[in-house]
Structure formats: structure tokens, C-alpha cells
Design a protein around this ligand. Sequence first.
Ligand code: EBR
Length: 385
Amino acid sequence: MDEKPIDKDIILNELLEFHKLDYDYADGRILGSMCTEAHPFAKEVFCKFLDTNLGDPGLFKGTKQIENEVIKSIGELLSIDEPYGHIVTGGTEANLMAIRAARNHARKYKGIVDGEIIIPASAHFSFKKAADMLNLNIVEAELDDNYKIDVDSVKSLISDKTVAIVAIAGTTELGLIDPIEEISKIAFENNIYFHVDAAFGGFSIPFLRDLGYDLPVFDFSLPGVCSITVDPHKMGLAPIPAGGILFREEEYLEVMAVDSPYLTVKTQSTIVGTRLGASSAATYAVMKYFGKEGYSKLANEMMENTHFLKEGLKELGYDVVCEPELNIVAFNHPDVETNLIAQKLEKLGWKVSVAKCPVAIRIVLMNHIKKNHLKELLEDLKEIY
Ligand code: EBR
């Protein structure tokens, strides 16, 4: 640390020099991110609530009410009147909370001590972190030919150690929706906790369904679904960090509660202690600002761009891995190695990401990627082979 105080302008200039090394969403070159530039109004609100701390909600009763309202509004999108949950730092923390609830519930009511979770091979790596931290074993269900969780594989993996089954509504690599209704039925019949990771899809599937897109049900209207992750900082256009975890029953929060002496509340169920109220306030703001109408328009635009890119790629002779269900296109070229395409695109200034299963260039059509960027990208892809 410097000995003497430094002038604000000097500090700011120093910081902005570092910031110049960052990519900017507005350039439309970030092709593999599930985050995007937050809405300016949400950023403004975020700054106003920077000092609020939901770790001690008795001191910030108003902001706590905001969090409750946000959870209720997200719950409405997910077909539940009285959800229980929190705005957390992101999908990783939300998934960790869900698995912790499932583990504690199974320990309390079924006496399971060395439990297992069944996750699809397409699951986000946050479940590996959760299993590691919670001392659970991962049992990986196979994917079917369409890269979705194989229902028979799930059935065959259920054992008396299973504490949770996980399925995905909007997979990280391909944006696909697992057969959640079928898995919900299996989980319900076997009395097993079922978590849906809709970190990515949760803020678009409900709107796209209302617009008439043929997408499956994935929410609390299915009786087996116990919890859902939905991230405002992905498709919700809220500032980072904002993840959402919603539970069907309050009991799932209760089984995680620890005594919290010296706070204004007696117990705490979240993993994080001191935590941002700003995320809840900004999410509240952006959800009110867009409303269902605004989010539907955004989701529809992103799907139109998805189809524009898909068709453009096909015309150029690229193979699109699967029909996109949400705003992700994954592709290869029959004659050019995928990593080589990725390297060439990187040299041309595109920030691409390569999927592992199957290996493919994966483009997430977030709000910052506009038609003109896609036209430029297709021009560059034309030159590559
Ligand atoms: C991708 C996050 C990502 C964001 C990747 C920005 C690259 C970026 N996915 O530049 C699911 C289905 C996900 C996911 C993250 C998480 C974790 C959970 N579930 O903790 O907010 O796709 O990163 O979410 P996180």
C-alpha cells in the first residue's frame, strides 16, 4: 500500500488503464458469455443500495421486503404463489443452496449420510463444487442422442443413497431443455428431491412459451420440482452478482438454518453471511422496468438472431449441432477442425467458446450481440475455410 493518500483522478486513471484490457460487451465480440451488459437503470439502482446488507435483515427491513418481492415475482413466472428463496451471487451459489437443502433434508428425514446426486452429463460444473463441499458423490446420467438427460439412465441410477436429481432448463453448452416433466414424475414417485437448474433459461422460457414457442414445462407446476435456480444476471439483464434460488417449501430453508447470534434474526439459511441488498434492488428495478412485455420482446429478438445465425451458418456449409431451443447456436465445419476455427476467430478479435460435449463452437446470442455483429461474424466465417 502507498504511504500517502493519492489524488482521486490519478487513481481513477490508473484503474481505467486496467479496464482498457477488458473486452466490452458493446463491441459485440463476446460470443460465449451468458452475462451481458446490465440495463442502465438497474445499475443506477444498484449504486443507491450499495450499503445495504441482507445478512442482517433486521437493519435493512425495506431491502429485505424488496428481496421478498423479487422472489415472489420470479415465483409468479415459475407458477408458484408462495415461493421461498433468496437473491444470491449467481447460479453456482443457487445450485449449492439447492443441493445443501436436499442433502440436509435427506439426512434429517431418511437418515442418508453418504449421499449421491444424479446430474446429467451436461450439468454445469457448479454441481461438482457443490458435491465436493457437501461431501456427496456425483452419479452422472447419460445423455440421449439429442444431448438431453436420458430418462432411463436416471431411473437406473436411483439408489437408497440418492439425495437429489438435477435436470437443466437451458444447458450451458447447447441451451437445451431436459425432459423435466418426466424426471419430475420419477422424482415424485420415488420421493426424491428434484432440482431444476434454469440459471440460463429461467428468464426466457416463460416468455417464449407465452409467445407460442414450443418449449416444455419446467417449473413448479410440476409436482416433483422442489427448487429452481434462475439467474437475473444472465437473461434478466440485472447487474452481476444476481442469482436466484426458489424453493417450493419453507422447510428446505429451515433444514439449512444455523443459529445466528448477534444478528437481528435468530437463524440464517444462506451460505453467505454479509450479502448485497443492491442485487435484489437492481433486480426489482429491471423486472418492473421491462415487465413481461419487455422481456418477451427481448427474448424474441434473441431467438430471431439465433435463427438468423443458424441459417447463415448452414448456407456457408457449417453443421449446426442441434436445433436451438434457446439462444445458443453450436456448430462445426465438416472440413476444418473446430479448435482451428476458434483460433482463427480469436485472431480476428472474436471471443469464442468451444463446447466439450459435443466439441463445437458455441455462440450465446445475448442481448449485446446484434444483427450487424452476426453479419460481420458470418463474413469472417466465410473466409476461414
Ligand atoms: C455460464 C456462465 C458464464 C458467464 C460463462 C459469463 C462465461 C461468461 N454458465 O463470460 C448453468 C446452467 C449455467 C451457469 C453458468 C451456472 C453458474 C449455473 N447453471 O455462478 O452465475 O450455465 O456463473 O452460474 P454462475
